[in-house]
Each structure stands twice: as C-alpha cells, then as structure tokens.
Design a protein around this ligand. Structure first.
Ligand SMILES: C[S@@+](CC[C@H](N)C(=O)[O-])C[C@H]1O[C@@H](n2cnc3c(N)ncnc32)[C@H](O)[C@@H]1O
Length: 270
C-alpha cells in the first residue's frame, strides 16, 4: 500500500504529540505544516518520513521542533494601547468592585505568557495604580517549559523593554551591564506554570482579568471555543478578557461577553 505524504504528516504529528505530551489537534493544519516544513528546511530534510526518522534518532530535535511550533515572539507592553486601557480604565473599575466586597486581593492570568514580558507588564501596570497594601497575584502559564524558565528568571535585553519609559525601567528593573532584571516588589507575586490551553482543565477561578494575546491565532475553531469557555469559567463576574489585536472571539462565544474596547479587543464577562 502506498503511504501518502498526508499520511506521513499525520503519523509525524501523532508521534510529536506522543513524545511531547502536547496535543496538536488544536493547531490549524496549515500552520503545523508551515512550521514543521520550516524546521525540516533547517535540518536539510525534504520529506516527512525522513524527518520522522531524524526525530527518533536525534536527541534534542524534539525540543527544537516544539520551539519552532510555539512561536514565542513578545515584548513588554506589546501593542501598548491595551495595556494603557487596562491601567487607565479597567483597574479603576476593579478597585471599585473589590471595595464593595472588602477584598484587597486581585488576580490576573497571563495565558500564553511566553518569556514573561506580558505578566511582568501586567504587574507594572497594576503596581502603578492599585493602592500599595493590595495584594496582586499574577498567574502566568505557557505550554513551553523553556519559556517558563526564562520567564521566572526575568532577565531581559533592552530591545524587549523599549516600550517602557525611564521611570518604569528604573523602578521595576535592576540594570546590569546589558540586561535588565525584574525586581522583587512587595505585594506583587508571580506564579509560572506549564499549561496547555487546548487540552488542560481550567486552572483556577475568580480571575479579575485574563490576558490571552496572540495565542489563539494558531488554534482551530473548536479549540478556540473550548479555550474561551474555560476563560469564561475562570473569570469572576464582570471580569475582563483581553485578546490579541488581530484575534476575534468565536461567534458562539460572543453572547457571553460585552465588548469594552473593540479597538483593543477587551471584553467583559456578562
Ligand atoms: C506569540 S506568543 C504570545 C506571547 C504574549 N501573550 C504576547 O502577546 O506577547 C504565543 C505563546 O503561546 C504559547 N502557546 C502556543 N500554544 C499553546 C498552548 N496550546 N497552550 C499554552 N500556550 C501555548 C507559545 O508557547 C508562546 O509562548
């Protein structure tokens, strides 16, 4: 029986799923092919069958492929305006609601946090606005262990923090020769954890805001719906969901959220 290129592609993605524990069904086929082809070009292989063999016999190749599949591009205050909106508008509303329930604990989730620039940006915005004695807890998750390790170390080159002015750099980072290390700040805590948005069960509840920016562009519709409904369950009533500027909520999820800023893709759980 002739095994087609598509069959080998399916065998290959099954193998990668099995070896890595990452469920790839959530990724669009076209996206997976493009990224795997890219990796194959790097190692000089042109067909999926040969690449499968290469993957089995070369230690380190699986990690390299996962790296290619889960693009980690990010920076502090990426796109700027959603963070400005969060800082100038959403936080005031969160403070008002918390005061009603006499709570001084605020919880944020950065889902698909990459190397940590997003959760630390959330922390900086929050610290700039919330009263000093409030506890700000930031949960940061990603599927990529290497990213999580970088994120928890919190050390960045200058190009990653170009959106931060001098005052913020000085207040939130310790500068050494050519890097900036995130400072420990009182009443601001971060927790980094591996979490697959297309597969794992909801992490926790009562988040005041979930940031999931520039992640679902890689997912198919079914996975997007599953992920957004998990976010819905994880948010407190009236909590906010912030997605990437080029992303949209799946149509069947739109009745669950009220748009707060169409431009910045910010929604409130109804
Ligand atoms: C382009 S980065 C976005 C980083 C950040 N949210 C931002 O907007 O700058 C996409 C991140 O999503 C992560 N990712 C991809 N698939 C994932 C999945 N199934 N579950 C969790 N994270 C995933 C990648 O590892 C990567 O770090």
């Amino acid at each position: 029986m002739d095994v087609s290129d598509t069959d080998y592609f399916d065998l290959l993605t099954n193998k990668v799923s099995k070896l890595s524990g990452i469920v790839l069904d959530g990724y669009r086929d076209k996206y997976l092919r493009r990224r795997i082809d890219l990796r194959m070009r790097v190692v000089g292989i042109t067909d999926y069958k040969d690449y499968m063999r290469f993957l089995e016999t070369n230690e380190g190749e699986l990690a390299a492929l996962i790296d290619t599949l889960t693009i980690n591009v990010t920076e502090f205050m990426r796109d700027k305006t959603p963070f400005i909106f969060f800082k100038d508008n959403l936080i005031a509303d969160i403070i008002e609601r918390k005061q009603k329930s006499q709570s001084k604990l605020v919880r944020f989730w950065s889902a698909g946090c990459s190397n940590g620039e997003e959760p630390y940006s959330i922390g900086i915005c929050a610290k700039e606005v919330f009263p000093e004695d409030w506890n700000i807890s930031i949960y940061a998750t990603d599927i990529d262990e290497k990213c999580l390790k970088n994120a928890s170390e919190g050390v960045y080159f200058k190009d990653k923090i170009k959106n931060l002015d001098y005052m913020l750099r000085h207040k939130y980072f310790e500068k050494s020769e050519d890097t900036f290390k995130v400072k420990k700040i009182q009443n601001l805590s971060y927790r980094f954890k591996r979490y697959d948005l297309t597969n794992d069960t909801p992490v926790s509840k009562h988040f005041d805001t979930v940031f999931c920016r520039n992640v679902m562009i890689y997912f198919n519709e079914t996975q997007k719906v599953k992920m957004i409904s998990n976010f819905y369950d994880s948010l407190t009533k009236g909590g906010y969901l912030i997605i990437g500027k080029s992303e949209t909520l799946p149509p069947e999820m739109r009745s669950l959220f009220e748009p707060v800023s169409i431009k910045d893709k910010i929604y409130m759980k109804i």
